[in-house]
Design a protein around this ligand. Sequence first.
Ligand code: ATP
Length: 296
Amino acid sequence: MVKDQAYELRKQITQEEPSAEENQAHTIAVFSGKGGVGKSSFALNFSICLSKQGKKVLIFDLDIGMGNIDILLGMYPKYTLSSMLDERLEIEDIIEQGPSNLSYIAAGTGLSDFFHLNVERFDYFLEQLELVANTYDYIIFDLGAGMSEEHMAFISAADECFVVTTTEPTSITDAYAAIKHLVIERPNVNISLMVNRVTGSNESILVYNRLQAAVRNFLSYELKLLGSLPDDSSVIKAVKEQTPYYVMDNRSRVSKMMAKLVLDYLKTMNETPQFESHNELKFISKLKSLFNRKVD
Ligand SMILES: Nc1ncnc2c1ncn2[C@@H]1O[C@H](COP(=O)(O)OP(=O)(O)OP(=O)(O)O)[C@@H](O)[C@H]1O
């Protein structure tokens, strides 16, 4: 497990057992400024690759009404997040098993905006999430495009977030607008950039430099670069076949790049001293306080 090293070190120093909160999964929110940039495809295949590395991963589709993780997987879940909230189901009942031991929760339809839940429904959501928060190493939230107030709460409660853009100017501009909105409201947010559909070797660096320059000059914020993925027709083929591209062919260009991106990411995670953040509130407590602030 990612946390093993840090946990062992901290245990040696403090001789304390970790609390349930400390053991919560590492949470990642994936968002984009513009729709159709490959955010869901990225979130799903990233999660599959993390699972392949022996991590216990839950991908949570929060794009109610527009979610497509189940479509990309070619699976038709009986229950979804919407049905859990409508029918008061247990979270265990709505978790499905995808490829490579990946767990996933489909968004479903019904609620036009999941986040405009009443307090009682939101409390039920958090109560259920808390039941599985210690079961996973990673929980990946796939958010809809754009930056609503509710998206911001999820993104800022997560341990980190990935913003996905293509190399197209419109996508970069929309990513900048989303980052700006977020950084102004939540200056401590931890954002990394993922550049999708690159066609040249240094294209991702050009996109990153362009965005980073604007973010640094106008927002005094340092954006990290998670990595990039190539424009690859095997992604389109995989979407048509409703099979994640990493499952369809793990030797395709995009799959190899994804595998490298995940290995680099895990290396960075191992090198980051996790115990330093143990004094901070973890995901569920943060989300609770952000939501409470909103309804007060
Ligand atoms: N690396 C890639 N190479 C080629 N095509 C890609 C790549 N990534 C995504 N696509 C294409 O872009 C389409 C949209 O991808 P996806 O559904 O993941 O986007 P999205 O950002 O999640 O969209 P939405 O915001 O509408 O949910 C895919 O169906 C696929 O055809």
